[in-house]
Design a protein around this ligand. Sequence first.
Ligand SMILES: NC(=O)c1ccc[n+]([C@@H]2O[C@H](COP(=O)([O-])OP(=O)(O)OC[C@H]3O[C@@H](n4cnc5c(N)ncnc54)[C@H](OP(=O)(O)O)[C@@H]3O)[C@@H](O)[C@H]2O)c1
Length: 413
Amino acid sequence: MSRKTLNIGLYGFGCVGFGLYEVLQKTPGLKANIKNICVKDKNKPREIGSENFTFDKNDILNDDEINVVVELIDDADAAFEIVSEALKRGKAVVSANKKMIAEHFTELLELQEKHNVPLLYEAAACASIPIIRNLEEYYDNDLLESIEGIVNGSTNYILTKTFAENLSYDDALKQAQDLGFAESNPILDTGGFDAKYKLQILLAHSFGYIAKPADLFNIGIDNIGPLELKYAKEKGLKIKLIAQAFKGSKGELSAFVIPKFVSSEERLFNVDDVFNGVLTKTSFADTQFFVGRGAGAHPTASAVLSDISALSYDYRYEYKKINQKENLVLSDDVNLSVLLRHKKEDADTFKKQFLTIDEAYTNNESGYITGTITLKNLKDIQTGNTGDRSFILQHVVTEKETAAQQNEIAVQI
Ligand SMILES: NC(=O)c1ccc[n+]([C@@H]2O[C@H](COP(=O)([O-])OP(=O)(O)OC[C@H]3O[C@@H](n4cnc5c(N)ncnc54)[C@H](OP(=O)(O)O)[C@@H]3O)[C@@H](O)[C@H]2O)c1
């Protein structure tokens, strides 16, 4: 198959945009040429000559010679305007903007179909790990049961630095920002929103389920305090921000982002710093593990490059799982074994929300409860959290374990 020549219009020349520019210089085999670059700030010094830049997005959109738009800007609303307009004009698009893709998934699907043009976004989930294309292509004939992983590089970096090197949270965040790992708005990372957008994208390509951001529950790392860190250290555990989705026996789907204690026997334990790791579990292959850099200029640009290369062979997502129409229903009907840290005076109220309690402790100011709670009750407690409470997941209680717990309670009665 002969490769198409690609004339690229690039939006954004920040961490990833400039990374892509450098990576393309070192990939002469790919017949891809950046024809024009659109940025925002007229006064910013640039790494390359000013003749390469425009500040008017229409200079690229109106250029008929440009057949590929690569969108690498940090503003999801402006990105959607650019990407949707490019698709309407029949230009193929590559984007790394998970927020934009997650918020407009259905519209972007329709635009691709209506105008018969591809939109690829491998870099939007787990940066350098080729997870979307694997979910889309490889697991077509295998029954995927669950997907679980560390999908946000900056929070993993912060957790690694605060945990292993005793750096303060603010210093670790500043380092992540200086290294180009963090989103321009840090709450997207630390609040677990970025991980949720990625989970949303992974859900569509793994289970064919299109969720809206508001459908999926997320807790970030911003409320994790010294008590949880001390608890983890004493037990030889690490805390990781985990996004996960799994199917129940009745075809219901659970999906959420919650920090989790990870033990040294688990594969995600050694996924530190800016690395991401994703575990897939399928009926026949059992567990598979993907690992790679989850942020940074060149690792992210490598995924963008791979999408550009795929376009030169006319690759597009077929959205196979969505087209299989499995009609899954998102469910909160799941029990979670957790640690809840809380204010001293909340102990009795919160204890009533637990199905079972393994351990409860309070001192003069605060306390913690470990035990099993439904996702629904966990969400209730989390509502209105002003930093005085924090949940860390121990594990998802399986249906079998839940049945055994219910039997035990029945026998005790
Ligand atoms: N950094 C990572 O490790 C990483 C990893 C995966 C995905 N991503 C995604 O990649 C995208 C870019 O991230 P980044 O880290 O490269 O951001 P960045 O370093 O902050 O750069 C953003 C770039 O976008 C430009 N820009 C912003 N608004 C614009 C507009 N309306 N029109 C034209 N240009 C505009 C900026 O222009 P000026 O230069 O004029 O300010 C800048 O060049 C984001 O969607 C991010 O979520 C990043």
